[in-house]
Design a protein around this ligand. Sequence first.
Ligand SMILES: [Zn+2]
Length: 371
Amino acid sequence: MLSRPLFLGSEIYRGSSYGPSHPLRVPRVSTVIDLARALGWLGPDQYMTSPRAKPAALTAWHTPDYIAALQRAEATQEARPEDIARHHIGTVSNPVYPEIYRRPATAAGASILAGELLADGGIIHSPAGGTHHGMPDRASGFCYLNDAVLAILSLRAHGARRIAYIDIDAHHGDGVEFAFGADPECILISVHQEKRWPGTGTLADDGGGHSHNLPVPRGLNDTEFAYILNELILPKVTRFAPDAIVLQCGADAVEEDPLSHLELSNNAHWSAVAALMGLAPRLLVLGGGGYNPWSVGRLWTGVWAVLNGHPIPERLPPEPEAVLRALEFKGNRRGRNPPEHWFTTLRDAPRPGPIRDEIRHGVGVLIRRDT
Ligand SMILES: [Zn+2]
């Protein structure tokens, strides 16, 4: 059993970009590593470099043709017409970029390793993971592989049967639902903005029986999130009694995110992490979406603090502040004049609000479902 939480990272994410106008041009994992180290929270005993998954390991869920196409696209830096048509690589969302195979294979390697390292219990944070839209034979929504699916398969291969997958990204975890929505030894709960890409994950969609989808309206606030957590997520997970919990902790449901219209503060995500700890012997916290470099870095560093029980300082010391001041957000208005607290704090001010009827209704429908 892991005696302390383990952080799986890699230097491959530093400087890697999907291209100058793509949302994933911003640094994310490297910021978390730098912030956590600057805060004294990430000694060498808690950090492990993620291995790159071998193609054979990826074919546990992905097709060999697709893996070969990703490797070929990385080698040639171009997509053939059939790669675009069959595998959706070389599109605006899923461009060919220098690490198009190695980067997702490294995040997948972390998820596969996590399943092994958690065999006897423990906690792992892999913020590069959470690529929940990846499909067996195609890229989707910036996700080339689906490391969350590979994590669940690896947990299963190492002794965990019953898996709770909780997804609090602003988008529906459609790839994971495709893989496990009908699996009686899985419970899937996804909270996401309604009527957003990829369009799946309606309230009525049960993914084949074991998926719980709660589409939420624009402006989701912290009070509403606490209601969802306490009335839906925690009772369902507790009753399911999982052997492992996988939390996709995407950072795109916060107010500052440029791609979604939800208005959480990062306190919401941290409360979910804290509440899920201890509900299963194994906990894997993945990243996911998140396209504002400050909010992503601050949120996931705070996740690591919660997992370790570190109090979050009211004001950051100079060294982590310098990490945040060095970030840039080119091509977005939020990068022009960032508010001071993006540099000097990890914790957002809470964003409370009324609980809307639509949310009460959705939670009620899902609570009444048997599974
Ligand atoms: Zn997302």
